[in-house]
Design a protein around this ligand. Structure first.
Ligand SMILES: Nc1ncnc2c1ncn2[C@@H]1O[C@H](COP(=O)(O)OP(=O)(O)OP(=O)(O)O)[C@@H](O)[C@H]1O
Length: 266
């Protein structure tokens, strides 16, 4: 369980988290939605002790990341917004192997883990490539693999879909759903509401505060609330709402809702 209790944080005296309260539990995909500068990345960096609250508390399964960063980092993996902050080895293999090596994996076991993680993001052919030569989107996928390779119970993605192509987005969406099925907690921070339709719950953040927490239907299906906080209404939400229909969470659900709607119209 992840709990944030009245978390305050300032950069050089400027308060950017102003009393954040949140509880995230068990197998769920939890979205943190907010405009640029809302404090999403700052909040995310509190989840494994990279940043420490100036006031308030973060608790991860009874552990305080500020006091037990090592234990917490085994549980919580964070995929940073910029992959250049995550990748530092000469080759892709070495970058992805860094985490498993530190967890004590060696030899064939480590190799298998690295190749498995690369497969999850569709990058299995990139193991021997030089990291610095990759495109931004390719780096982004490798950065995701470096975290997957450590098999954290809780995985946090900061703007994961930005700069990914169609295949990258599809694979990541499937991966996130699979991780939830495997019992993991997945946290997605984004300013783009359209990427959060797959969430079970979404916290809307603005100006360092959680404004409200709700289901995708409650948050994404509320264009007035989104616009009030300078967020774009997903076109799929706009379309379904204009037809008087529920906002779907994925293509299959959209198809079902439309089929029922067509049947009711006939
Ligand atoms: N290292 C830093 N030093 C000083 N101020 C910072 C630093 N990092 C972030 N800030 C400021 O803190 C506020 C919150 O930034 P943060 O990156 O957490 O927001 P965000 O919601 O993730 O934004 P975005 O959607 O643009 O990624 C912003 O006003 C930002 O300018």
């Amino acid at each position: 369980m992840i709990e944030l209790r009245d978390v305050h944080f300032s950069y050089a005296g400027r308060e950017v988290l102003r009393g954040v309260n949140l509880t995230i539990e068990g197998e769920e995909i939890f979205g943190i939605l907010g405009p640029n500068g809302a404090g999403k990345s700052t909040l995310v960096l509190h989840l494994n002790g990279i940043l420490k609250p100036k006031k308030g508390k973060v608790i991860i399964d009874d552990l305080d990341p500020a006091k037990n960063p090592k234990e917490v980092r085994r549980k919580v993996g964070i995929v940073f917004q910029d992959p250049n902050d995550q990748l530092f080895s000469p080759t892709v293999f070495e970058d992805v192997a860094f985490g498993p090596y530190n967890l004590g994996l060696r030899g064939e076991k480590m190799r298998e883990r690295v190749l498995w993680a690369l497969r999850q993001v569709g990058m299995e052919d990139y193991a021997s490539r030089e990291t610095k030569e990759l495109s931004f989107g390719e780096k982004k996928r490798i950065a995701i693999a470096t975290i997957l390779a450590m098999e954290p119970e809780i995985i946090v993605f900061d703007e994961p879909f930005a700069n990914l192509d169609f295949k990258g987005k599809r694979l990541l969406g499937e991966l996130i759903r699979r991780m939830k099925e495997e019992g993991k907690t997945v946290i997605l921070a984004s300013h783009e509401a359209e990427y959060l339709t797959l969430c079970d719950r979404i916290a809307l953040m603005d100006s360092g505060k959680v404004i409200t927490v709700g289901t995708p239907e409650e948050i994404l299906g509320n264009p007035r609330l989104l616009r009030e906080h300078n967020l774009e209404v997903p076109s799929i939400a706009e379309l379904f709402l204009s037809l008087g229909l529920k906002v779907p969470r994925n293509v299959e659900e959209a198809r079902k809702i439309l089929e029922e709607w067509k049947r009711a119209k006939l």
